[in-house]
Design a protein around this ligand. Structure first.
Ligand code: CA
Length: 235
């Protein structure tokens, strides 16, 4: 029953079916893909699917959530939001110490959880996918190395062009307004306003696209903004 698409994958680890069903429904309504695990063992196996975020219940039948969180932390970086009935301040602090990024005490509002999921994803910028390939490897973006390869050759992008490209690619298929692009790039002291985005995109396209008037990667949506249209390669 998972929705298709390129949207973020959320793993819900929760043995209370009633709760995981509600949270799943709320997340799917917002367009997220969702996996559910009812035990720690199931959760560990679902991690192979590289979720973008984990919602983790602290009390599981086969494993303490704290233990599972430490195990998750040994792998690639993924944000964890913990759910718990324990409300004492010391448990809260312990959850963060073990690597939880956020914490919700039951009973919680599913709507608020969705808001926190979105905020967390925005902040972490999808840390699983620092290296991405598109269109059968014809475009390769390596965030760690700040490198973009086009047909195997490095592109000489300015920092701003690199950031615009990665912010569009991170939102693959979604239209971003100029203002949204400025906001997303602003975390890195972006030196501009939304009207200057057009100039940067123009320069970026000249380097990136074989035929800028018939773009393979960055599409102009007239009157709205820009959209990344590359096809991600299977990982
Ligand atoms: Ca539980």
């Amino acid at each position: 029953m998972d929705t298709a698409g390129t949207n973020e994958l959320i793993l819900i680890v929760e043995d209370e079916k009633k709760i995981s069903d509600i949270v799943r429904a709320y997340l799917q309504k917002e367009g997220f893909r969702v996996r559910t695990a009812h035990t720690g063992a199931e959760a560990l196996s679902s991690l192979k699917e590289k979720p973008d975020l984990v919602i983790l219940d602290l009390m599981l039948p086969d494993m303490q959530g704290e233990e599972l969180c430490s195990l998750i932390r040994q792998g690639p970086d993924v944000p964890v939001i913990m759910l718990t009935a324990k409300s004492a301040e010391e448990d809260r602090v312990r959850g963060f110490t073990l690597g939880a990024d956020d914490y919700m005490v039951k009973p919680f509002s599913p709507r608020e959880l969705v808001v926190r999921v979105k905020a967390r994803l925005k902040r972490t910028g999808r840390t699983w996918k620092k290296l991405r390939n598109f269109n059968q490897g014809r475009l390769r973006i390596d965030k760690d190395r700040h490198e973009v390869l086009r047909d195997g050759s490095p592109l000489h992008l300015t920092l701003t062009e690199f950031r615009i490209l990665t912010c569009l690619a991170d939102n693959n298929g979604r239209i971003l307004s100029r203002n949204q692009i400025v906001n997303l790039v602003q975390g890195f002291d972006f030196e501009g306003y939304d009207r200057t985005i057009d100039a940067h995109v123009k320069n970026l396209r000249r380097k990136l696209e074989k035929d800028p008037r018939n773009p393979e990667f960055i599409q102009t949506v007239y009157g709205v903004g820009y959209r990344f249209i590359g096809t991600p390669d299977a990982e």
